[in-house]
Design a protein around this ligand. Structure first.
Ligand code: SAH
Ligand code: SF4
Ligand code: F3S
Length: 472
């Protein structure tokens, strides 16, 4: 792919900004509220910040009350069946809301909309309920779509099969003052056989490093201390760009940005995790000593069926190398239980990896059959009973190890980025260590957004309690 194809399109940007201005003018004087609900991963969270930015610029004010809203937006996910079911639940309630407020506009966007069968259903069954439907490749067009809907008065559908341009620099609203996510690439080319993402997010494409660096510098000037570099497979960052750049080089460049305190990234695929990336994490003081390394299954046979392109041994060696090179590193993972034809022996291999790596945390999922993926046609379904039994054993094991790992943290002083007041006790602050572990401690609200030293005096399964030492 050549670079022109993925350059920021200035013309489109101007067009959208003019539409935003026109809408603001048309809607002037009206008190309008929007309600947004985001499902799925950090990619969607980031998209929702962009969508909120456009709505605010038009003049809408965010509300947490769906009844107050004049515009409702659902940003959807379809990674597993339960994510989709939630959306249909929401759509089912729209009729009642519209009866009470006939001018209400409802829009649904995101990954789920990129699937033909979903679109058909929404077109057939919910023509009156859902006013605007768009996908993942054209979120920047929200103002234009809203304007068209207001003109024509009927359902608008705009889904692109593939992306055309990357349009950045539209207004965006950040959820947190001190941390922000930055897209470094879009899409995925890996086609893991169970996964719907390559079908709904399109082909992999990287942003050029200059625009990434500039965005981070602007964020830092605006008070951001921690950035999360986002991509489905950050380790393949740079492929297809004309500049000489890799993920390791990008980390080193971002590390040079003055005022930035922490760098995180999500997600790193084990197949592309080069030594250069390990050394960059080791050498760059701002890059957190935290690696999310999804294993999915410990069985080499299942990994092959999943099209993950690594073996159990490769993974274990990689995890060992990461631990050896990066001081105090925390490793976390994603695991799928019940992939087609998974046997008890395969599952035992997964438990074996869990024990050998000793994960600091694991996200565990029950396999969900996704229409259009290769695994959906594989047959060999594992029964719900067996899956549940394996899932429970898996959780017991991962929880036990996490607790053991945390117990070793007693008495250690960590640098903690203070995030917010504790949800359960407003006298306490909550922050995260470099290893992404949650820490609660007493302190003043003014410390939110600061990096402080906290000494741990109590360890729990999923979090730590500590005492504030000195500010830094
Ligand atoms: N790009 C990331 C993963 C994004 S999806 C990576 O490859 O690491 C996040 C997680 O959802 C995956 O790691 C996987 O564990 C899980 N997942 C994806 N598809 C799934 C499916 N069909 N059923 C169950 N879990 C799934
Ligand atoms: Fe899905 Fe695999 Fe791509 Fe991750 S790398 S998004 S699991 S296809
Ligand atoms: Fe993310 Fe769900 Fe889409 S996990 S990429 S929002 S399918």
């Amino acid at each position: 792919m050549n670079r022109e194809n993925i350059a920021v399109n200035d013309e489109e940007l101007k067009k959208q900004l003019v539409t935003i201005d026109n809408l603001r003018y048309e809607l002037k004087g009206k008190e309008l509220f929007y309600y947004i609900e985001t499902f799925g991963c950090l990619m969607n969270e980031k998209d929702s910040e962009k969508l909120s930015g456009v709505l605010r610029e038009i003049g809408y004010v965010e509300t947490q009350s769906i009844k107050q809203a004049d515009f409702i937006l659902y940003n959807t996910c379809c990674i597993r069946d339960n994510a989709e079911r939630k959306i249909y639940g929401r759509v089912g309630n729209i009729k009642g809301l519209k009866q009470k407020k006939p001018d209400l506009i409802v829009s649904i966007c995101g990954c789920m909309m990129q699937q033909e069968h979903v679109l058909e259903k929404l077109q057939k069954k919910y023509k009156r309920e859902v006013d605007i439907i768009f996908g993942t490749h054209n979120i920047y067009k929200l103002a234009e779509l809203l304007s068209t809907r207001m003109e024509v008065g009927h359902q608008i559908i705009d889904i692109w099969r593939e992306h055309k341009d990357i349009v950045e620099d539209l207004p965006s609203v950040r959820k947190y003052k001190h941390k922000a996510a930055v897209n470094i690439m879009y899409g995925c080319d890996n086609f893991c056989s169970y996964c719907v993402v390559p079908y709904v997010r399109g082909r992999e494409r990287s942003r050029d490093s200059g625009s990434i660096i500039q965005e981070i510098k602007d964020l830092v000037n605006d008070g951001v201390k921690e950035v999360m570099l986002l991509g489905q497979n950050v380790n393949s960052y740079g492929k297809g760009l004309s500049e000489d750049i890799t993920f390791a080089k990008l980390l080193r460049e971002v590390n040079k940005i003055e005022g930035l305190k922490r760098i995180r990234y999500m997600t790193s695929h084990p197949k592309d995790f080069t030594d250069e990336v390990i050394y960059a994490i080791r050498d760059c003081e701002k890059v957190c000593n935290y690696v999310h390394l999804p294993i999915q299954s410990g069985s080499t046979k299942v990994l092959e069926e999943m099209n993950r392109k690594y073996t159990k041994d490769h993974y274990l060696n990689l995890a060992e190398k990461i631990k050896k090179e990066i001081d105090g590193v925390a490793i976390t993972t994603d695991i799928i239980v019940g992939f087609p034809c998974e046997t008890e022996e395969d599952f035992l291999e997964t438990l074996d990896v869990i024990r050998k790596v000793g994960y600091d945390s694991a996200f565990t999922y029950i396999y969900s059959k996704r229409t259009g993926t290769k695994a959906a046609t594989m047959g060999g379904e594992v029964s719900a009973e067996v899956i549940n039994e394996r899932f429970n054993r898996l959780i017991l094991e991962t929880d036990k190890i996490q607790k053991e790992n945390n117990a070793k943290r007693n008495g250690i002083t960590y640098k903690v980025l203070v995030e917010e007041l504790s949800k359960s006790d407003s006298k306490l602050l909550t922050g995260r260590t470099e290893q992404n572990i949650l820490v609660h401690f007493e302190g003043d609200e003014s410390l939110i957004g600061e990096l402080v030293d906290v000494e741990i005096f109590e360890t729990k399964g999923h979090y730590l309690n500590g005492k504030l030492k000195t500010e830094s």
